[in-house]
Ligand binder design. Structure first.
Ligand SMILES: CC(C)(COP(=O)(O)OP(=O)(O)OC[C@H]1O[C@@H](n2cnc3c(N)ncnc32)[C@H](O)[C@@H]1OP(=O)(O)O)[C@@H](O)C(=O)NCCC(=O)NCCS
Length: 188
C-alpha cells in the first residue's frame, strides 16, 4: 500500500506502511506531542534506542498496523510528518478489537492528513483476521481530535471524569469506538 495524497496546499505527501528507517521520525513526533503537554497523558519523552526498536519489532512481529505520512521534501527523520497505529488489544478475549493512536506534526495539522491516515489504517487493519472494532480514548479538551473521530464515525461510549491530572489540572477521558464493517459500508 502506497498512496499519494494532495493536500489543500497543493503539496503532495505519501501514505504508506512503517519501515525500519522511520523509527526515529515516528518517535520524534511522539516526543514533540509529549512536550506540547496537552494531548497525551504522558510526562516523559522516549529517548531509549532499546525502547524504540522493541516498539518496531512488536509492530512487525505481531502484525500490528502503523501507517506513516511522509513528506519527501525532507530527509529522515524529518520526512515523517504523521503516524497512525492500530495495536492489538492486550486481552486474549479481545483479539477482534484494535486500539488506535494518532499523531500529526504541528505544522501539518488541519490539512486532512489525520483523516487519511485513519481511513487507511482502518482498511489495513480489516485485512488482518477477524477484526471487528476499533477503540480509542481522548482528552475531552482535544476538540480537533474529537471532531475528526466523530467525522470518521467513532461514537462516544463513555467519559471517565478527571481520569488524568497534569500540570495542576484534571482531564476527562472520552472513550470512543467504531465498528469496522459499518465504516467500510458507509465509505465504499
Ligand atoms: C488530532 C490530529 C491527529 C488530527 O490530525 P489532522 O491532520 O490535524 O486532522 P485533519 O486535518 O484530518 O482533521 C482535523 C479536523 O479538525 C478540525 N478542527 C481543527 N481545530 C478544531 C477545533 N478546535 N474544534 C473542532 N474542530 C477543529 C479541522 O477543521 C478538521 O476538520 P474538517 O476536515 O472537517 O475541516 C492532530 O491534530 C494531532 O496530532 N494532534 C496532536 C496529537 C493528538 O491530539 N493526538 C490524538 C490524541 S487522542
Amino acid at each position: 500500500m502506497n498512496k499519494t495524497l494532495e493536500l489543500k496546499t497543493g503539496e503532495k505527501i505519501v501514505i504508506r506502511h512503517l519501515s525500519k528507517s522511520d523509527i526515529e521520525g515516528v518517535w520524534n513526533n511522539f516526543n514533540e506531542v509529549v512536550e506540547e503537554g496537552i494531548y497525551l497523558p504522558i510526562f516523559f519523552p522516549v529517548r531509549s534506542r532499546l525502547e524504540k526498536d522493541s516498539w518496531y519489532r512488536k509492530i512487525k512481529n505481531e502484525k500490528e498496523i502503523c501507517i506513516i505520512a511522509e513528506d519527501h521534501k525532507f530527509k529522515p527523520p524529518y520526512n515523517i510528518i504523521g503516524q497512525c497505529e492500530i495495536s492489538h488489544s492486550e486481552w486474549d478475549a479481545g483479539l477482534h478489537v484494535g486500539i488506535l493512536g494518532i499523531i500529526v506534526k504541528k505544522k501539518y495539522r488541519d490539512l486532512g492528513i489525520g483523516f487519511n491516515l485513519i481511513d487507511i489504517a482502518i482498511r489495513e487493519f480489516k485485512k488482518l483476521d477477524n477484526k471487528e472494532k476499533i477503540v480509542l480514548s481522548c482528552f475531552s479538551t482535544n476538540k480537533r481530535a474529537l471532531h475528526l473521530y466523530k467525522k470518521i464515525g467513532f461514537k462516544v461510549i463513555g467519559v471517565r471524569k478527571k481520569q488524568f491530572y497534569m500540570d495542576a489540572k484534571y482531564y476527562d477521558e472520552v472513550l470512543m469506538e467504531l465498528w469496522i464493517d459499518d465504516y467500510l459500508y458507509q465509505n465504499k
